[in-house]
Design a protein around this ligand. Structure first.
Ligand SMILES: *Cc1c(COP(=O)(O)O)cnc(C)c1O
Length: 385
């Protein structure tokens, strides 16, 4: 038995990250200074887009993207239930209507044919989520978006560093969101970003993150003098600090290393579990090269004498920080209160009963990996029928 608790995910901070933050603390700008520009440029260059806009967190970035896409009252936006609440909440912030489309039972990503079934004349956008780091079926989703004239906002909170048909996630959709929460691939403490090639979206996002205010002479309607600015619409204070951005820049230098380490851990899990009849390892679509935010095992409950909760608790007793991603969003109490129905999305609801996320983060040691593998194997063997 381990003597320390192994979390399911955590950041990896090194001396150079700390040094980068200290440099900002000693500089003239703690917020909206050069580190923000550097971070945005670095991420845009990495994914290959023209523009990037940093936000205080990924949720604020999604809110900005919904604003830029023009989502408002009466508009419907289609997303997956198998995600964190933020992927849907951002639509509600804009007074839009969330429509959930069920998942593909193999990839656990949103099923493009379910998207198409849910399109009405009110549909304005699709928010696919690259669940666990595996890109959604982007080509099929973009075909549908093209056919019905919809905007695609890709929630790639799990998927910086992932590749789809040879192209980096971030370069594919109208707007793509990354999150820099400490459990994600790279961190800025809290932080998020939208990448895009669309200049109009870019300008709206920049303004949205700072109260709707602009000083850009090309955008001003009037000009009283050098102090002059205009608040042109109701935005928010969703700015990221330079302290956070400096950490983000420093972390970006190790992103590729983080992703390869995640892939090594995944290979060890896949190898260890490949002959076990009690679980299903994560299926990978041939078009996608996941960056592996999460490793989700699916229990074959018909082979086991107990339910997921008992398996989960037994593994956790061994100080292995398993987790469950996610409780389907439409079943959360708030979504139930506003009228969404349990039973409406059977693939997502069934998956939820059977999944466990195993620890996966680049700083895991070889011993951490073998501890996870033994805990899973011993627990499942103990409860095999
Ligand atoms: C983490 C996450 C978000 C929100 O990002 P924050 O930076 O925590 O606000 C949104 N969608 C998904 C799928 C996430 O995992």
């Amino acid at each position: 038995m381990r003597d320390t608790y192994l979390p399911y995910g955590r950041q990896w901070i090194e001396e150079q990250d700390i040094e980068a933050v200290i440099q900002v603390l000693k500089s003239d700008y703690l917020t909206t200074g050069p580190a923000i520009i550097n971070f945005e440029r670095k991420v845009a260059e990495y994914v290959g887009t023209e523009y990037a806009v940093a936000f205080a967190n990924g949720t604020a970035a999604l809110h900005g993207a919904c604003y830029a896409a023009g989502i408002g009252a009466g508009d419907e936006v289609i997303t997956t239930p198998m995600t964190f609440a933020a992927s849907a909440n951002c639509v509600l912030y804009q007074e839009g209507t969330v429509v959930f489309a069920d998942i593909d039972p193999k990839t656990y990503n949103i099923d493009p044919s379910e998207i198409e079934k849910n399109i009405t004349d009110k549909t304005k956008a699709i928010i696919p989520v690259d669940f666990t780091g595996q890109p959604a079926e982007i080509d099929r989703i973009h075909d549908i978006a093209g056919k019905y004239n919809l905007i695609v906002i890709e929630d790639a909170a799990h998927a910086i560093g992932a590749v789809y048909k040879g192209k980096k996630v971030g370069s594919l959709s109208d707007m793509t969101m990354f999150s820099f929460h400490p459990v994600k691939h790279i961190t800025s403490g809290e932080g998020g970003m939208i990448v895009t090639n669309n200049k109009e979206y870019y300008q709206k996002l920049i303004q949205f993150r700072s109260h709707g205010i602009t000083r850009d002479s090309a955008l001003l309607k009037d000009n009283h003098g050098p102090w002059y600015y205009e608040m042109q619409f109701l935005g928010y204070n969703y700015r990221m600090t330079d302290i956070q951005a400096a950490l983000g820049v420093s972390q970006m230098n190790r992103l590729n290393q983080f992703v390869s380490r995640r892939k090594e851990i995944v290979a060890a899990y896949n190898e260890a579990f490949k002959d076990m009849s009690q679980l299903i390892t994560p299926y990978q679509h041939p078009s996608s090269d996941s960056s592996w935010h999460l490793y989700v095992i699916r229990l074959k409950l018909d082979q086991l004498t107990v339910d997921r909760k008992a398996i989960f608790e037994e593994i956790q007793k061994r100080k292995i920080g398993v987790n469950v991603h996610y409780i389907p969003v439409h079943t959360l109490p708030y979504y139930q209160k506003i009228g969404y129905q349990k039973g409406s999305l059977p693939n997502a609801e069934k998956l939820y009963e059977e999944i466990i996320s195993l620890p996966l983060f680049p700083a895991m040691t070889e011993k951490d990996i073998t501890d996870v593998i033994s805990a899973v194997k011993e627990t499942l063997e103990k409860y095999t029928k």
